[in-house]
Write a protein that binds this ligand. Structure first.
Ligand code: ARG
Length: 585
């Protein structure tokens, strides 16, 4: 592995030394380098430095330029406006840097973090015996992308699927199953959809009896107690609900083209044994107090409508533990046993108050220290075309599988229309990659905390900011590389570059910085935006610079080289987001 220094870093370094030479007394001389439309890079930092040193910005800028050595990397510097520096890079430096990236396999010259931490990512957490909905889709898609990006930076990631597998509703379900033993087949199903429809049937039927029959309600309540006290028969039946649900979860994750590891499915129930201790410690430390029989944590700043403090309930008055207790116990496990340095929760923004309170309580208890960051990556709501939370025409929540199937079907129409030499089987395979990619990309390309409209027509459109657009750019490059036959891509640093080649090249060079930034800010949309721009820059390069009909053999090889590196960067970037790039479309 050979990390490659991005051109922006070389330029920033040279500028920093020139500034230091000009202002020897001054520390903190960030040149504030940005990509710019006016030149390759623009440095805006001189202005602040001039202010600090009571100098004229233009004069200071001119002095800095005088101290800057142009040559290998920097071709030209120009002072513009009130002390901005417009910087142009040499063609040679661009091609040489890209050649070093191309020589570095899948990593494309991107370094690994110096001091990787351990990030525990809580994502893809559906609930047992319940249908998954679009909210669970977002958590899975965003969490998976986040993990891909963090892994690529060298961070160690551990997944935790905190599935909802515990609670009083299991009393009702299990009691019903005891009284109607044939309602779930003794053998766990292997067909996900079948499994879910079995569970739905049991859920509805047990609910109906529960609501209508007081005596059953009482038996269900007793069943909860039996479950909590670890009664063997009750636990076995509970396990059947969990297993049947997992069959369903896995079928959805498979459709989503997402790998979920069984040892990372650690649901709420996994923390049961630790919860009494969590409560005891909180009470001993005085973090939690007894209030009306319950054990709760109060926060000065968190108040309800009537200005009464809203407490976090660790243990209910009847002795039962709930959602907060399992999350607090999970934090102890993740920090003390898994040695996490970052905790990330990809959970609906509507739970942000819950996490705020849980984190604060854990900090007071010393379970979260200054060395550990905790972040709820709260995502917004998926809206329908009408701008209201996404529902079927009948006003029901949309079944996740139906939605994914429809996306694949729409994608098949798009693929078929364009497909010239694809068999029907190939069309179906591509349709799955395009359709699922479209759903993921639409989710990832807007900043996670915002709501977004689920609009399949827009998602599979070939024009605009879609995954299909990017996938087509990739497939087109593969087709060119195939047509080039015996001519292999090769970098020729001696060649002069077209403006479109330079723009593409400089963007290619920024891949690693983009991934690091997106990973550090937990912002997959930044990587998505980068990839869309890369595909757009490639399109204008392709329009302006003939590849197979280039002027000379060297130019052809060099352009093929740009094509190849673009394809590899698109492929790697999309893979980090969990999206495939088919070789042919
Ligand atoms: N199962 C929960 C739900 O569907 C999400 C769990 C989020 N994770 C957590 N550690 N609380 O709303």
């Amino acid at each position: 592995m050979a990390p490659v220094k991005p051109l922006s870093a070389s330029v920033a370094q040279q500028l920093t030394s020139a500034i230091s030479a000009t202002l020897p007394e001054t520390t903190d001389v960030d040149p504030l380098l940005r990509r710019s439309d006016r030149a390759d890079y623009q440095a805006n930092g001189i202005l602040a430095l001039a202010k600090k040193n009571k100098a004229n910005p233009r004069d200071l800028a001119t002095d800095v330029v005088a101290n800057l050595t142009t040559g290998d990397v920097i071709k030209d510097v120009e002072v513009s406006g009130p002390g901005f520096l417009n910087i142009t890079i040499t063609d040679r430096a661009i091609t040489e840097t890209l050649a070093a990236r191309a020589a570095d396999g899948d990593r494309l010259g991107v370094p690994l973090k110096d001091q990787p931490g351990i990030s525990v990512i809580d994502y893809a957490q559906p609930n047992v015996a319940k249908e998954m909905h679009v909210g669970h889709l977002r958590s899975a898609v965003i969490g998976d992308a986040l993990r891909g990006m963090l892994d690529f930076t060298g961070e160690q990631t551990i997944g935790r699927h905190h599935i909802g597998d515990w609670g009083t509703q299991f009393g009702m379900l299990i009691q019903y199953l005891i009284e109607n033993p044939d309602e779930l087949s003794a053998e766990t199903d292997t067909d996900g959809e079948q499994a879910m429809s079995n569970l739905n049937r049991v859920y509805k039927a047990s609910r109906a009896v529960f609501d209508a029959d007081e005596a059953f309600k009482e038996r269900a309540r007793k069943r909860v107690v039996a479950l909590q006290s670890g009664d063997k028969e009750t636990l076995d039946l509970w396990q059947r609900f969990v297993d049947e649900s997992k069959v369903y979860f896995y079928s959805v994750f498979e459709k989503l083209d997402m790998e979920i590891r069984d040892d990372e499915i650690v649901g709420e129930s996994a923390y049961n044994d630790g919860m009494p201790e969590t409560a005891r410690l909180l009470e001993e430390m005085g973090v939690a107090v007894r209030s009306e029989g319950a054990l709760v944590v109060f926060f000065d700043e968190i108040r309800g409508k009537d200005d009464k403090p809203v407490p976090l309930i660790v243990q209910k008055a009847d002795g039962g533990f709930g959602y907060a207790a399992s999350d607090l116990t999970a934090i102890r496990n993740r920090v003390q046993d898994l040695h996490a340095t970052s905790l990330i929760y990809v959970v609906d923004v509507r739970q942000s108050l819950h996490f705020k309170m849980v984190f604060e309580a854990a900090r007071r208890a010393g379970w979260l220290t200054d060395e550990v960051t905790a972040h709820n990556m709260g995502y917004g709501t998926v809206l329908g075309a009408d701008g209201k939370p996404f529902k079927t025409r009948e006003g029901e929540t949309v079944r996740l599988e139906d939605l994914l199937d429809e996306a694949v079907q729409r994608a098949a129409e798009v693929v078929r229309e364009k497909a010239l030499d694809l068999s029907e089987a190939e069309i179906q395979e591509r349709a799955a990659q395009v359709g699922i990619g479209a759903v993921k990309y639409a989710d990832l390309s807007t900043s996670a905390n915002r709501d977004y409209k689920f609009d399949l027509d827009q998602m599979v459109s070939l024009n605009g900011d879609t995954s299909v657009y990017i996938q087509y750019a990739y497939a087109r490059i593969q087709s060119i590389l195939r047509k080039a036959e015996s001519v292999a891509p090769a970098a020729h640093p001696e060649l002069e570059l077209h403006a479109a080649e330079r723009a593409l090249g400089l963007h290619l060079d920024a891949f690693g910085d983009t991934v690091f930034e997106a990973a550090a800010e937990y912002a997959p949309h930044k990587l998505a935006a980068y990839l869309y721009q890369l595909a757009s820059l490639y399109t204008s390069f392709y329009d302006k610079c003939p590849v197979l009909k280039a002027d000379t053999e060297e130019q052809k090889e060099n352009r093929l080289f740009l094509c190849d590196l673009t394809a590899r960067t698109l492929h790697q970037g999309m893979a980090l987001l969990g999206i495939r790039t088919p070789e042919r479309l």
